[in-house]
Design a protein around this ligand. Structure first.
Ligand code: NFE
Length: 482
Protein backbone atom coordinates (compact mmCIF):
# COMPACT_ATOMS: atom_id res chain seq x y z
CA UNK A 1 0.00 0.00 0.00
CA UNK A 2 1.69 3.29 -1.06
CA UNK A 3 2.27 5.98 1.56
CA UNK A 4 2.55 9.71 0.87
CA UNK A 5 5.44 11.44 2.64
CA UNK A 6 5.80 15.21 2.50
CA UNK A 7 8.89 17.19 3.44
CA UNK A 8 7.82 20.81 3.59
CA UNK A 9 9.84 22.88 3.91
CA UNK A 10 13.08 21.24 2.87
CA UNK A 11 15.61 22.87 5.18
CA UNK A 12 19.32 23.50 4.66
CA UNK A 13 18.73 24.79 1.16
CA UNK A 14 18.29 28.38 0.00
CA UNK A 15 14.63 29.29 -0.46
CA UNK A 16 11.33 27.47 -0.17
CA UNK A 17 10.92 23.97 -1.52
CA UNK A 18 8.71 20.99 -0.75
CA UNK A 19 8.86 17.41 -1.95
CA UNK A 20 6.03 14.90 -1.94
CA UNK A 21 7.11 11.27 -2.08
CA UNK A 22 5.07 8.18 -2.82
CA UNK A 23 6.68 5.35 -0.87
CA UNK A 24 5.95 1.66 -1.33
CA UNK A 25 7.68 -1.65 -0.61
CA UNK A 26 8.99 -3.15 -3.85
CA UNK A 27 10.95 -6.43 -3.85
CA UNK A 28 11.11 -6.26 -0.07
CA UNK A 29 12.60 -2.74 0.02
CA UNK A 30 10.56 0.27 1.11
CA UNK A 31 11.44 2.94 -1.46
CA UNK A 32 10.30 6.04 -3.32
CA UNK A 33 8.24 5.10 -6.37
CA UNK A 34 7.22 8.63 -7.35
CA UNK A 35 8.20 12.19 -6.37
CA UNK A 36 7.02 15.74 -6.91
CA UNK A 37 9.18 18.81 -6.29
CA UNK A 38 7.51 22.11 -5.64
CA UNK A 39 8.92 25.62 -5.51
CA UNK A 40 6.47 27.20 -3.10
CA UNK A 41 6.98 30.91 -3.77
CA UNK A 42 6.35 33.09 -6.79
CA UNK A 43 9.24 34.34 -8.90
CA UNK A 44 8.85 37.90 -10.03
CA UNK A 45 12.13 39.57 -10.94
CA UNK A 46 11.43 39.32 -14.64
CA UNK A 47 8.25 41.33 -14.27
CA UNK A 48 9.73 44.07 -12.08
CA UNK A 49 12.51 44.69 -14.63
CA UNK A 50 10.09 45.59 -17.42
CA UNK A 51 10.29 49.28 -18.37
CA UNK A 52 13.58 49.90 -16.55
CA UNK A 53 16.93 51.08 -17.88
CA UNK A 54 18.73 48.00 -19.25
CA UNK A 55 21.75 48.77 -17.04
CA UNK A 56 19.53 48.27 -13.97
CA UNK A 57 19.42 44.54 -14.70
CA UNK A 58 22.93 43.94 -13.34
CA UNK A 59 22.41 45.30 -9.81
CA UNK A 60 18.75 44.22 -9.67
CA UNK A 61 19.23 40.59 -10.68
CA UNK A 62 22.04 40.15 -8.16
CA UNK A 63 19.28 40.57 -5.55
CA UNK A 64 17.62 37.40 -6.82
CA UNK A 65 19.88 35.48 -4.47
CA UNK A 66 22.48 36.17 -1.80
CA UNK A 67 24.28 32.90 -2.50
CA UNK A 68 24.97 33.31 -6.22
CA UNK A 69 24.54 37.06 -6.91
CA UNK A 70 27.72 37.18 -8.96
CA UNK A 71 26.46 34.63 -11.47
CA UNK A 72 23.34 36.75 -11.97
CA UNK A 73 25.31 39.99 -12.23
CA UNK A 74 27.62 38.41 -14.78
CA UNK A 75 24.81 36.81 -16.83
CA UNK A 76 22.98 40.14 -17.05
CA UNK A 77 26.17 42.01 -18.00
CA UNK A 78 26.95 39.42 -20.69
CA UNK A 79 23.37 39.68 -22.02
CA UNK A 80 23.75 43.46 -22.35
CA UNK A 81 27.21 43.13 -23.90
CA UNK A 82 25.72 40.66 -26.36
CA UNK A 83 23.03 43.23 -27.18
CA UNK A 84 25.66 46.00 -27.54
CA UNK A 85 28.23 43.94 -29.43
CA UNK A 86 31.08 44.62 -27.00
CA UNK A 87 33.41 42.61 -24.75
CA UNK A 88 35.32 43.62 -21.62
CA UNK A 89 39.05 44.34 -21.88
CA UNK A 90 41.66 41.87 -20.59
CA UNK A 91 41.74 43.11 -17.00
CA UNK A 92 37.94 43.40 -16.84
CA UNK A 93 37.52 39.80 -17.94
CA UNK A 94 39.98 38.60 -15.32
CA UNK A 95 38.49 40.67 -12.51
CA UNK A 96 35.07 39.21 -13.32
CA UNK A 97 36.52 35.68 -13.30
CA UNK A 98 38.10 36.35 -9.92
CA UNK A 99 34.92 37.77 -8.38
CA UNK A 100 32.82 34.91 -9.77
CA UNK A 101 35.46 32.48 -8.51
CA UNK A 102 35.12 33.78 -4.96
CA UNK A 103 31.39 33.12 -5.15
CA UNK A 104 32.01 29.51 -6.24
CA UNK A 105 34.44 28.99 -3.34
CA UNK A 106 31.99 30.47 -0.83
CA UNK A 107 29.02 28.54 -2.22
CA UNK A 108 30.67 25.11 -2.59
CA UNK A 109 32.10 25.29 0.94
CA UNK A 110 28.67 26.41 2.21
CA UNK A 111 27.01 23.47 0.50
CA UNK A 112 29.30 20.76 1.79
CA UNK A 113 29.66 21.87 5.40
CA UNK A 114 26.58 23.89 6.24
CA UNK A 115 23.92 22.35 4.04
CA UNK A 116 25.00 18.74 3.60
CA UNK A 117 27.17 17.06 6.25
CA UNK A 118 24.46 17.20 8.90
CA UNK A 119 22.66 14.56 6.81
CA UNK A 120 25.59 12.23 7.50
CA UNK A 121 26.92 12.89 11.01
CA UNK A 122 25.36 12.28 14.37
CA UNK A 123 25.52 15.69 16.01
CA UNK A 124 24.70 14.47 19.54
CA UNK A 125 27.17 16.18 21.86
CA UNK A 126 28.44 18.34 18.97
CA UNK A 127 25.93 20.62 17.28
CA UNK A 128 22.93 19.50 19.30
CA UNK A 129 21.11 22.76 19.84
CA UNK A 130 18.97 24.98 17.61
CA UNK A 131 19.18 25.49 14.67
CA UNK A 132 20.91 22.11 14.19
CA UNK A 133 18.56 20.18 16.43
CA UNK A 134 16.02 18.60 16.39
CA UNK A 135 16.70 16.94 13.05
CA UNK A 136 16.49 13.61 11.32
CA UNK A 137 18.70 10.88 12.75
CA UNK A 138 19.57 7.53 11.19
CA UNK A 139 21.44 4.39 12.19
CA UNK A 140 24.07 4.84 9.47
CA UNK A 141 25.27 8.28 10.60
CA UNK A 142 28.97 8.88 11.36
CA UNK A 143 29.78 9.07 15.10
CA UNK A 144 32.82 9.56 17.30
CA UNK A 145 36.11 11.20 16.34
CA UNK A 146 35.24 11.46 12.63
CA UNK A 147 31.96 13.23 13.40
CA UNK A 148 33.82 15.55 15.79
CA UNK A 149 36.42 16.42 13.13
CA UNK A 150 33.72 17.16 10.56
CA UNK A 151 31.85 19.33 13.07
CA UNK A 152 35.05 21.27 13.75
CA UNK A 153 35.51 21.80 10.02
CA UNK A 154 31.89 23.01 9.93
CA UNK A 155 33.01 25.88 12.20
CA UNK A 156 36.23 26.57 10.27
CA UNK A 157 34.21 26.60 7.04
CA UNK A 158 32.27 29.63 8.31
CA UNK A 159 35.53 31.58 8.45
CA UNK A 160 36.50 30.33 4.99
CA UNK A 161 33.25 31.59 3.53
CA UNK A 162 33.93 34.97 5.13
CA UNK A 163 37.39 35.04 3.57
CA UNK A 164 35.89 34.18 0.17
CA UNK A 165 33.50 37.10 0.54
CA UNK A 166 36.34 39.39 1.59
CA UNK A 167 38.19 38.39 -1.58
CA UNK A 168 35.12 39.17 -3.68
CA UNK A 169 34.80 42.56 -1.99
CA UNK A 170 38.42 43.48 -2.82
CA UNK A 171 37.60 43.70 -6.52
CA UNK A 172 33.77 43.78 -6.40
CA UNK A 173 33.36 46.57 -3.82
CA UNK A 174 31.13 44.50 -1.53
CA UNK A 175 29.76 40.99 -1.11
CA UNK A 176 27.22 39.59 -1.54
CA UNK A 177 25.82 41.59 -4.46
CA UNK A 178 29.07 43.09 -5.78
CA UNK A 179 28.83 46.66 -6.96
CA UNK A 180 31.75 46.24 -9.35
CA UNK A 181 29.99 44.46 -12.20
CA UNK A 182 28.76 46.61 -15.08
CA UNK A 183 28.08 46.17 -18.75
CA UNK A 184 31.51 46.45 -20.41
CA UNK A 185 33.55 44.91 -17.60
CA UNK A 186 34.37 45.77 -14.02
CA UNK A 187 34.57 49.11 -12.23
CA UNK A 188 37.64 48.54 -10.07
CA UNK A 189 41.28 48.84 -11.10
CA UNK A 190 43.81 46.16 -10.22
CA UNK A 191 46.65 47.40 -8.03
CA UNK A 192 49.59 45.49 -6.59
CA UNK A 193 48.20 45.98 -3.07
CA UNK A 194 44.82 44.51 -4.00
CA UNK A 195 46.37 41.61 -5.88
CA UNK A 196 48.53 40.84 -2.87
CA UNK A 197 45.61 41.04 -0.40
CA UNK A 198 43.50 38.81 -2.64
CA UNK A 199 46.29 36.24 -3.00
CA UNK A 200 46.83 36.07 0.74
CA UNK A 201 43.17 35.19 1.39
CA UNK A 202 43.08 32.82 -1.58
CA UNK A 203 46.04 30.90 -0.15
CA UNK A 204 44.13 30.29 3.08
CA UNK A 205 41.00 29.12 1.28
CA UNK A 206 43.02 26.88 -1.06
CA UNK A 207 44.71 25.24 1.91
CA UNK A 208 41.29 24.55 3.45
CA UNK A 209 40.00 23.07 0.20
CA UNK A 210 43.06 20.81 -0.16
CA UNK A 211 43.35 19.78 3.49
CA UNK A 212 39.71 19.65 4.62
CA UNK A 213 37.08 19.82 1.89
CA UNK A 214 38.46 17.18 -0.46
CA UNK A 215 39.53 14.73 2.30
CA UNK A 216 36.16 15.21 4.04
CA UNK A 217 34.31 14.46 0.80
CA UNK A 218 36.41 11.26 0.56
CA UNK A 219 35.44 10.44 4.15
CA UNK A 220 31.74 10.63 3.27
CA UNK A 221 32.33 8.45 0.19
CA UNK A 222 34.05 5.79 2.29
CA UNK A 223 31.33 5.84 4.96
CA UNK A 224 28.37 5.85 2.54
CA UNK A 225 29.32 3.72 -0.50
CA UNK A 226 25.65 2.83 -1.07
CA UNK A 227 25.09 6.44 -2.13
CA UNK A 228 27.10 5.81 -5.30
CA UNK A 229 24.04 3.76 -6.32
CA UNK A 230 21.37 6.17 -5.08
CA UNK A 231 20.05 9.31 -6.74
CA UNK A 232 21.13 8.76 -10.35
CA UNK A 233 18.22 10.53 -12.00
CA UNK A 234 17.97 11.30 -15.71
CA UNK A 235 21.68 10.84 -16.51
CA UNK A 236 21.62 13.68 -19.07
CA UNK A 237 24.06 16.47 -18.20
CA UNK A 238 24.29 20.02 -19.53
CA UNK A 239 26.70 22.97 -19.17
CA UNK A 240 26.62 26.38 -20.89
CA UNK A 241 30.29 27.04 -20.02
CA UNK A 242 31.88 29.77 -17.91
CA UNK A 243 35.03 31.68 -16.90
CA UNK A 244 36.35 33.08 -20.20
CA UNK A 245 40.04 32.35 -20.72
CA UNK A 246 40.50 34.81 -23.58
CA UNK A 247 38.83 37.94 -24.87
CA UNK A 248 37.22 36.23 -27.84
CA UNK A 249 35.08 34.05 -25.57
CA UNK A 250 36.15 30.91 -27.40
CA UNK A 251 38.07 29.29 -24.52
CA UNK A 252 36.57 28.71 -21.09
CA UNK A 253 37.73 27.08 -17.88
CA UNK A 254 34.35 25.32 -17.65
CA UNK A 255 33.50 24.17 -21.19
CA UNK A 256 30.00 24.07 -22.62
CA UNK A 257 28.40 20.91 -23.89
CA UNK A 258 25.90 18.23 -23.09
CA UNK A 259 25.80 14.52 -22.45
CA UNK A 260 22.45 13.27 -23.72
CA UNK A 261 21.26 9.66 -23.92
CA UNK A 262 24.83 8.40 -23.47
CA UNK A 263 26.53 10.63 -26.07
CA UNK A 264 28.41 13.95 -26.07
CA UNK A 265 26.96 16.82 -28.11
CA UNK A 266 27.51 20.57 -28.54
CA UNK A 267 25.24 22.99 -26.72
CA UNK A 268 23.07 25.52 -28.58
CA UNK A 269 20.92 27.82 -26.43
CA UNK A 270 18.25 28.14 -29.10
CA UNK A 271 17.08 24.60 -28.23
CA UNK A 272 16.09 25.58 -24.68
CA UNK A 273 12.37 25.82 -24.00
CA UNK A 274 10.35 26.13 -20.81
CA UNK A 275 7.15 24.20 -20.22
CA UNK A 276 4.55 25.54 -17.77
CA UNK A 277 2.06 22.68 -17.97
CA UNK A 278 2.50 21.87 -14.24
CA UNK A 279 3.63 25.31 -13.11
CA UNK A 280 1.52 28.15 -11.73
CA UNK A 281 1.85 30.26 -14.89
CA UNK A 282 -0.65 31.00 -17.63
CA UNK A 283 -0.45 28.60 -20.56
CA UNK A 284 0.67 31.57 -22.73
CA UNK A 285 4.08 31.27 -20.98
CA UNK A 286 4.92 27.93 -22.58
CA UNK A 287 6.44 26.18 -24.41
CA UNK A 288 8.82 28.95 -25.45
CA UNK A 289 12.50 29.73 -25.81
CA UNK A 290 13.32 32.28 -23.07
CA UNK A 291 14.13 34.91 -25.72
CA UNK A 292 10.36 35.11 -26.21
CA UNK A 293 9.27 33.83 -22.79
CA UNK A 294 6.68 35.38 -20.46
CA UNK A 295 6.06 35.41 -16.70
CA UNK A 296 2.31 35.52 -16.07
CA UNK A 297 1.46 33.96 -12.68
CA UNK A 298 -1.72 31.90 -12.32
CA UNK A 299 -1.94 30.66 -8.73
CA UNK A 300 -5.20 28.77 -9.33
CA UNK A 301 -4.08 26.76 -12.35
CA UNK A 302 -5.41 23.21 -12.42
CA UNK A 303 -2.75 20.49 -12.49
CA UNK A 304 0.06 22.84 -11.44
CA UNK A 305 2.17 22.17 -8.35
CA UNK A 306 5.20 24.47 -8.55
CA UNK A 307 6.26 28.07 -9.15
CA UNK A 308 9.25 26.69 -11.07
CA UNK A 309 8.87 26.29 -14.82
CA UNK A 310 10.31 23.21 -16.57
CA UNK A 311 13.34 24.06 -18.73
CA UNK A 312 14.20 21.37 -21.26
CA UNK A 313 16.76 21.00 -24.06
CA UNK A 314 15.10 19.64 -27.21
CA UNK A 315 12.36 18.48 -24.83
CA UNK A 316 14.87 16.27 -22.96
CA UNK A 317 15.36 16.47 -19.18
CA UNK A 318 18.92 17.48 -18.19
CA UNK A 319 20.76 17.82 -14.88
CA UNK A 320 23.02 20.84 -14.37
CA UNK A 321 25.75 21.54 -11.83
CA UNK A 322 29.35 20.73 -10.88
CA UNK A 323 29.00 17.06 -11.81
CA UNK A 324 27.64 18.01 -15.24
CA UNK A 325 30.55 20.44 -15.75
CA UNK A 326 33.22 17.99 -14.60
CA UNK A 327 31.63 15.30 -16.79
CA UNK A 328 31.55 17.53 -19.87
CA UNK A 329 35.18 18.61 -19.32
CA UNK A 330 36.24 14.96 -18.86
CA UNK A 331 37.67 15.49 -15.38
CA UNK A 332 35.15 13.29 -13.54
CA UNK A 333 33.17 10.47 -15.12
CA UNK A 334 32.85 7.84 -12.36
CA UNK A 335 29.04 7.94 -12.34
CA UNK A 336 25.95 9.97 -11.53
CA UNK A 337 24.71 9.63 -7.96
CA UNK A 338 24.48 11.44 -4.62
CA UNK A 339 28.16 10.82 -3.79
CA UNK A 340 29.36 11.59 -7.31
CA UNK A 341 27.75 15.02 -7.04
CA UNK A 342 29.54 15.69 -3.73
CA UNK A 343 32.93 14.54 -5.04
CA UNK A 344 32.64 16.46 -8.32
CA UNK A 345 31.70 19.62 -6.44
CA UNK A 346 34.72 19.30 -4.11
CA UNK A 347 37.09 18.67 -7.04
CA UNK A 348 35.63 21.61 -8.94
CA UNK A 349 36.27 23.84 -5.92
CA UNK A 350 39.98 23.02 -6.14
CA UNK A 351 40.02 23.46 -9.91
CA UNK A 352 38.55 26.96 -9.66
CA UNK A 353 40.75 27.98 -6.71
CA UNK A 354 43.84 26.90 -8.63
CA UNK A 355 42.71 28.80 -11.73
CA UNK A 356 42.16 31.94 -9.66
CA UNK A 357 45.79 31.89 -8.58
CA UNK A 358 46.82 31.81 -12.26
CA UNK A 359 44.42 34.64 -13.16
CA UNK A 360 45.89 36.86 -10.44
CA UNK A 361 49.26 36.57 -12.21
CA UNK A 362 47.64 37.63 -15.49
CA UNK A 363 46.33 40.97 -14.17
CA UNK A 364 48.23 43.99 -15.42
CA UNK A 365 48.13 46.62 -12.63
CA UNK A 366 46.55 49.89 -13.71
CA UNK A 367 45.22 48.64 -17.06
CA UNK A 368 41.59 49.53 -17.98
CA UNK A 369 38.86 47.15 -16.82
CA UNK A 370 35.77 48.44 -18.64
CA UNK A 371 34.83 49.02 -22.30
CA UNK A 372 32.82 52.09 -23.34
CA UNK A 373 29.16 51.24 -23.89
CA UNK A 374 26.24 52.74 -25.74
CA UNK A 375 22.94 51.01 -24.95
CA UNK A 376 21.02 50.47 -28.21
CA UNK A 377 17.43 51.65 -28.56
CA UNK A 378 16.29 48.26 -29.85
CA UNK A 379 18.20 45.02 -29.39
CA UNK A 380 18.14 41.54 -27.89
CA UNK A 381 20.86 39.81 -25.92
CA UNK A 382 21.66 36.50 -24.27
CA UNK A 383 23.94 36.04 -21.26
CA UNK A 384 24.99 32.45 -20.65
CA UNK A 385 27.44 31.54 -17.92
CA UNK A 386 27.92 29.16 -15.02
CA UNK A 387 26.84 29.79 -11.42
CA UNK A 388 27.86 27.51 -8.53
CA UNK A 389 24.76 25.30 -8.91
CA UNK A 390 25.02 25.00 -12.68
CA UNK A 391 24.41 26.80 -15.94
CA UNK A 392 22.65 30.16 -15.71
CA UNK A 393 21.03 32.18 -18.49
CA UNK A 394 19.59 35.69 -18.78
CA UNK A 395 17.69 36.83 -21.87
CA UNK A 396 16.97 40.54 -22.46
CA UNK A 397 14.92 42.41 -25.05
CA UNK A 398 15.36 46.19 -25.30
CA UNK A 399 12.70 48.41 -26.93
CA UNK A 400 12.72 52.24 -26.87
CA UNK A 401 15.88 52.05 -24.76
CA UNK A 402 14.05 50.20 -21.93
CA UNK A 403 13.77 46.57 -20.90
CA UNK A 404 10.77 45.16 -22.78
CA UNK A 405 11.30 41.50 -21.86
CA UNK A 406 13.59 39.75 -19.38
CA UNK A 407 13.85 36.04 -18.61
CA UNK A 408 16.10 34.19 -16.16
CA UNK A 409 16.59 30.42 -16.12
CA UNK A 410 18.59 29.24 -13.13
CA UNK A 411 20.29 25.89 -12.62
CA UNK A 412 17.80 24.97 -9.91
CA UNK A 413 14.93 25.69 -12.29
CA UNK A 414 16.32 22.83 -14.40
CA UNK A 415 17.12 20.51 -11.50
CA UNK A 416 14.02 21.07 -9.36
CA UNK A 417 11.61 21.45 -12.26
CA UNK A 418 8.21 19.80 -12.17
CA UNK A 419 6.81 17.55 -14.88
CA UNK A 420 6.75 19.05 -18.39
CA UNK A 421 4.39 18.99 -21.38
CA UNK A 422 5.19 15.31 -21.93
CA UNK A 423 4.76 14.59 -18.19
CA UNK A 424 8.47 13.83 -17.86
CA UNK A 425 9.51 14.39 -14.23
CA UNK A 426 12.35 16.83 -13.51
CA UNK A 427 15.89 15.72 -12.56
CA UNK A 428 15.40 15.71 -8.76
CA UNK A 429 12.02 14.03 -9.15
CA UNK A 430 13.67 11.30 -11.21
CA UNK A 431 16.66 11.02 -8.86
CA UNK A 432 14.38 10.41 -5.89
CA UNK A 433 12.70 7.38 -7.47
CA UNK A 434 14.21 4.17 -6.11
CA UNK A 435 15.62 5.81 -2.98
CA UNK A 436 15.20 3.40 -0.04
CA UNK A 437 13.34 4.93 2.92
CA UNK A 438 13.96 3.14 6.24
CA UNK A 439 11.67 5.35 8.34
CA UNK A 440 8.90 7.36 6.68
CA UNK A 441 8.78 9.71 9.69
CA UNK A 442 12.44 10.64 9.02
CA UNK A 443 13.02 10.31 5.26
CA UNK A 444 16.68 11.33 5.49
CA UNK A 445 17.64 9.25 2.47
CA UNK A 446 15.42 11.45 0.29
CA UNK A 447 16.90 14.55 1.89
CA UNK A 448 20.41 13.35 0.97
CA UNK A 449 19.31 13.00 -2.66
CA UNK A 450 17.74 16.47 -2.76
CA UNK A 451 20.70 18.10 -1.00
CA UNK A 452 23.20 16.53 -3.43
CA UNK A 453 21.79 18.90 -6.10
CA UNK A 454 22.32 21.94 -3.81
CA UNK A 455 18.96 23.45 -4.75
CA UNK A 456 18.38 27.19 -4.48
CA UNK A 457 14.73 28.11 -4.62
CA UNK A 458 15.39 31.79 -4.00
CA UNK A 459 16.98 31.77 -7.45
CA UNK A 460 14.18 29.78 -9.00
CA UNK A 461 11.18 31.49 -7.41
CA UNK A 462 12.06 34.87 -6.02
CA UNK A 463 9.26 36.99 -4.68
CA UNK A 464 6.68 36.45 -1.96
CA UNK A 465 3.46 38.44 -1.97
CA UNK A 466 1.73 37.43 1.25
CA UNK A 467 -2.01 37.89 1.21
CA UNK A 468 -2.21 38.76 -2.49
CA UNK A 469 -2.96 35.28 -3.75
CA UNK A 470 0.28 34.86 -5.68
CA UNK A 471 2.54 34.04 -2.79
CA UNK A 472 3.06 30.89 -0.79
CA UNK A 473 0.96 28.00 -2.01
CA UNK A 474 0.03 26.16 1.17
CA UNK A 475 1.06 22.51 1.34
CA UNK A 476 0.58 20.19 4.34
CA UNK A 477 3.68 20.64 6.47
CA UNK A 478 6.04 18.02 7.79
CA UNK A 479 6.34 18.78 11.48
CA UNK A 480 10.01 18.06 12.09
CA UNK A 481 12.96 20.33 11.33
CA UNK A 482 14.85 18.26 8.79
NI1 NFE B 1 20.44 31.11 -5.39
FE1 NFE B 1 21.96 30.15 -8.05
C1 NFE B 1 23.48 29.28 -8.19
C2 NFE B 1 21.78 30.63 -9.73
S1 NFE B 1 20.53 28.56 -8.16
S2 NFE B 1 22.10 30.01 -5.81
O1 NFE B 1 24.37 28.75 -8.10
O2 NFE B 1 21.60 31.03 -10.77
O3 NFE B 1 19.86 27.78 -9.26
Amino acid sequence: MPTTVKIDPITRIEGHMAVELTVETVNGVRQVIDARCSGTMFRGFETLLIGRDPRDATPYTQRICGVCPIGHGLASAIALENACGIRPPHNGRILRNLILGTDFLHSHILHFYHLTILDYINTAGLLDKAPWSPGYTAADMINGATARALAEHYITALAMRRKAHQMGAIFGGRMPCAAGFVVGGATDVATNDKISAFRSLLSEVRAFVDNSLIPDARTLCAAFPAYFQIGAGCGNLLAYGGFDLDNSGSARLLPSGRYTNGGFHPFDGSYITESVRHSWYADDCGTLNPASGNTLPDAEKTGAYSWIKSPRYQNVVHELGPLARMWISGEYRRGVSVMDRLVARALETRKIADAMDVWLNQLVPGEPTCAATTIPTTAGGVGLTEAPRGALGHWIRIEDGKIARYQVITPTAWNASPRDDADQPGPIEQALVGTPIADTSQPIEALRVVHSFDPCLACSVHLARPGQGAGHKPVARHSRNN
